[in-house]
Design a protein around this ligand. Structure first.
Ligand SMILES: Cc1ncc(C[n+]2csc(CCOP(=O)(O)OP(=O)(O)O)c2C)c(N)n1
Length: 271
């Protein structure tokens, strides 16, 4: 399956998961799906039959509230049975609302408390380097998440240790839970700021698969970590959810669910 097809299928899966369970964060999940689809289709080294393969690339979804997107990708590519997705956010399910690695093959680390996952990812990248393991580490953070002080500690540390095996992707949809980033806590020019800490930086359209692929394949050859600032649209893929804060928490029911489902079907038929 190519990354476009995977992304569309995952949007459909996530819509069903969140509709069924009355969970939140559909806008956050739709924002990051293209990034995940390109990574899992073309970039990451993994083995679905041996999740703990020591040379695998590691992906940590630091914005763990968008876990539905990662669960759906992992099921689609065969880490576990797709029927598990039906249990998402239900009592007794392994698939909790904020992502969990407990008994879920393919998930490296449980996240949800913003600013934590990216720090753990830094530690893993440092350990891999010390062990001369060539695997790479990818951490996906939200732009609201960059408000956390721990994010900036990571930016300092990864530069100091020349973690050229470490990649941060900022899902920059310009919104967080309570409003626009500019109104809650402005982050300013992330590209310039992070570059000034010694990192390689790239700013791209994070919903465009070609741009994502080119960014992931860029080789800077300078022993420095890389941050990709991926400009995205929160709620991407469903017209009435795009850039609408309401869909950070609201779950699609009734006519909203039907309309979202139809729009995704139309996208499928247009291919
Ligand atoms: C430490 C911490 N504080 C607050 C929250 C509550 N919270 C959940 S999602 C969210 C907004 C995150 O915004 P962003 O990182 O931009 O991700 P987006 O959903 O926009 O993709 C907040 C504040 C949290 N999960 N963790």
């Amino acid at each position: 399956m190519n990354s476009q097809k995977l992304a569309l299928q995952v949007r459909k899966d996530v819509l069903e998961m969140i509709h069924r369970s009355h969970a939140s964060h559909i806008g956050s999940a739709f924002s990051v799906i293209d990034i995940l689809a390109v990574l899992y289709t073309y970039i990451l080294k993994y083995d679905t039959t041996n999740f703990k393969w020591k040379d695998r690339d590691r992906l940590i979804l630091s914005k763990g509230h968008a876990g539905s997107a990662l669960y759906a990708i992992l099921a689609e590519i065969g880490f576990f049975n797709k029927s598990e997705l039906d249990t998402y956010y239900m009592n007794g399910s392994k698939l909790s609302g904020h992502i969990s690695h407990k008994n879920v093959p393919g998930v490296e680390f449980s996240t949800g408390s913003l600013g934590h996952g990216v720090c753990v990812a830094t530690g893993i990248a440092l350990a891999l380097k010390k062990n001369q393991n060539k695997a790479r580490v990818f951490a996906i953070v939200g732009d609201g998440e960059t408000n956390e002080g721990s994010f900036w500690e990571t930016i300092l540390l990864a530069n100091q240790y020349n973690l050229d095996n470490f990649f941060i992707i900022i899902d920059r949809n310009h919104m967080q839970a309570m409003g626009d980033i500019s109104q809650v806590l402005e982050t300013g020019n992330l590209d310039e700021k992070i570059k000034s800490f010694g990192w390689n930086t790239l700013t791209i359209n994070g919903n465009d698969h070609k741009e994502l692929l080119a960014a992931f394949k860029t080789n800077f050859c300078n022993c420095k970590p890389t941050c990709i600032i991926a400009n995205t649209i929160k709620g991407k893929g469903v017209s009435f959810m795009e850039n609408q804060l309401l869909w950070h928490y609201r779950d699609p029911q009734g006519e909203f669910y039907e309309k979202a489902k139809n729009e995704l079907e139309c996208l499928d038929n247009a291919k």
